[in-house]
Design a protein around this ligand. Structure first.
Ligand code: NDP
Length: 292
């Protein structure tokens, strides 16, 4: 039996419509949610992500701005820009696009953003709040988007064996914290590059979340029949049949996994669209909190 597709594009569209409604409501109270993205350098992929964020926040009715700085920007210059945004009452959310040029330490920049405007959810205060279960912080957008996909697809998380592949600060670790908490109540295993016998773990998973950045590493034979599979991976691989000579694929070998799983996210069109939707949602929450 073929797995049901979890349509991230459609679910993200619903969330964006909800956000647009919240923006309109905030405007009646005199607040226009404002998101400012800072882009340092001219990395093509980053520029594409940033313009996607700008377009989506405008479409939701927000005040959206992008500050573009040259690749030669010093760390102090970037910190000065962050400080200005921290102090600007019209800016509710600040996002510094990663990766940054080598002369700038990303952790120093993240720590410089005031936690109540850190809509990426990367500041240690927000990460700490997530870990101790406080809901007044911001959660990293990609794992927050995965939880929305599971909830809105009716996936039963309580007591489920959830296995995450990847332990990065932006995906794997916050994903684990979210899945083990009250709203989810899953039993969580986190795997990484030093995990022994990865397949033994993945085959136990009722919910398998893959965020390793390794193209098609999870094949159907590594998946428990009936499992829910969420593919966070975004990899560009050579493909002579495509006009560009490459194609986008996930960390899951879709063609074999779709015959084993009960539900699965495609790549593209699964987790990807959720990340921007959750960024908008975080920005609206930041604007709401500015009223209190
Ligand atoms: P990182 O490279 O920061 O982390 C990858 C993790 O996977 C590491 O913990 C690493 O282990 C683990 N890993 C790598 N290879 C293996 C392996 N063979 N077996 C088991 N574990 C392995 O990546 P990110 O977390 O930033 O991103 C992961 C993927 O998700 C990427 O493809 C990225 O493009 C995608 N992504 C997609 C987003 C979206 O919006 N859809 C947003 C963010 C990321 P170790 O710690 O031991 O090195």
């Amino acid at each position: 039996m073929l797995a049901e597709l979890i349509d991230g594009k459609a679910i993200a569209a619903v969330i964006r419509a909800e956000v647009a409604r919240d923006v309109a409501e905030l405007m009646t109270r005199g607040v226009v949610p404002g998101l400012t993205v800072v882009l340092v350098g001219d990395d093509a992929a980053s520029a594409t992500y940033v313009s996607g964020k700008e377009k989506a926040s405008r479409a939701a009715g927000m005040a959206s701005a992008t500050i573009r700085l040259p690749a030669t920007t010093s760390q102090d210059e970037l910190l000065a820009v962050v400080e200005q945004l921290n102090a600007d009452r019209a800016v509710h959310g600040i996002l510094v696009q990663m990766p940054l040029p080598s002369q700038i330490d990303p952790d120093t920049v993240i720590r410089h953003i005031v936690p109540h405007k850190d809509v990426d959810g990367f500041h240690p205060v927000n990460v700490g709040k997530l870990l101790i279960g406080h809901t007044d912080g911001f959660v990293s957008c990609t794992p927050a988007g995965v939880i929305e996909l599971l909830v809105r697809s009716g996936v039963q998380m309580r007591g489920a064996e959830a296995v995450i592949i990847g332990r990065s600060n932006i995906v794997g670790k916050p994903m684990a914290a979210l899945l083990m908490q009250g709203r989810s109540d899953a039993t969580v295993t986190v795997c990484h590059s030093r995990t022994r016998d990865l397949a033994a773990h993945t085959r136990r998973a009722d919910i398998l979340i893959v965020a390793a950045g390794r193209a098609e590493m999870i094949t159907g034979d590594m998946i428990k029949p009936g499992a829910v599979v969420i593919d966070v991976g975004m990899n560009r691989v050579p493909d002579a049949t495509r006009a560009l000579g490459t194609r986008l694929c996930g960390d899951v070998h879709f063609a074999s996994a779709v015959n084993v799983a009960s539900k699965i996210t495609p790549v593209p069109g699964g987790v990807g669209p959720m990340t921007i939707a959750m960024l908008l949602k975080n920005t609206v929450r930041a604007a709401e909190r500015s009223l209190h």
